[in-house]
Design a binder for this molecule. Structure first.
Ligand code: HEC
Length: 182
């Protein structure tokens, strides 16, 4: 018995050593198989968030719409807060009318915003506030056209799309200085 014990101990020690090597091997594998939290985002999922439209219209989606087409949806989904003619209501801003030159100035989308693309971008991502991102791109083109038409910027049948929208001339387009260009 006395002679066998060290042999047993050596065997046990060798087993522990083998286990340790196995553990180190596992740990060494981790960087190649990182912490398994969630799964990589797909292009389709990313498309739901890649919505920012630049002032020059970059990243505007396909689709088109006119003010005539946007009138009904404006009355269904926007007028309760922004007024039937975009004049605003308690707690919700006027979208059209106003002027930057009065005292005090009345700053609206129509009188103040330098780029029509911002209207498309904002409405698509934020309005109506109870259901942001619920509008289709076609609806957003139609609503953008309707709000611009309420301010007299485009005609009722003017077709807004990713080519025509960046060329729309907003009344206050020269009212800002691009400090990044200096
Ligand atoms: C429940 C009320 C409500 C509804 C419905 C609603 N809005 Fe708004 N909207 C607001 C409020 C409040 C703001 C101001 C948000 C802020 O400044 O943070 C706003 C802001 C805006 C602005 C920016 C105005 C500015 O000068 O900053 C636009 C453009 C706009 N809404 C368009 C729309 C359109 C188009 C619809 C219909 C799809 C719509 N809204 C529906 C309440 C509403």
């Amino acid at each position: 018995m006395f002679m066998r014990k060290p042999v047993f101990m050596r065997a046990l020690a060798a087993g522990v050593f083998t286990l340790s090597v196995a553990s180190i091997g596992l740990a060494a594998d981790l960087p190649a198989n990182p912490v398994a939290l969630g799964s990589p985002i797909t292009e389709a999922q990313l498309a739901d968030w890649d919505l920012i439209v630049a002032p020059d219209g970059d990243n505007l989606p396909d689709g088109s719409g006119t003010a005539a087409q946007g009138q009904m949806i404006y009355h269904q989904k926007c007028a309760a807060c922004h007024g039937t003619a975009g004049e605003g209501a308690s707690g919700s801003p006027a979208l059209v009318g106003g002027s930057v030159s009065t005292t005090p100035p009345l700053l609206t989308v129509g009188s103040y915003w330098p780029h029509a693309s911002t209207l498309f971008d904002y409405v698509r991502r934020a309005m109506p506030p109870t259901a942001p991102k619920s509008l289709s791109n076609t609806e957003v083109y139609q609503l953008t056209a309707y709000v611009l038409h309420l301010h007299g910027v485009v005609a009722e049948d003017f077709v807004l799309d990713k080519n025509t929208l960046p060329a729309v001339q907003m009344p206050n387009r020269d009212g800002f200085i691009d400090v990044s260009a200096n």
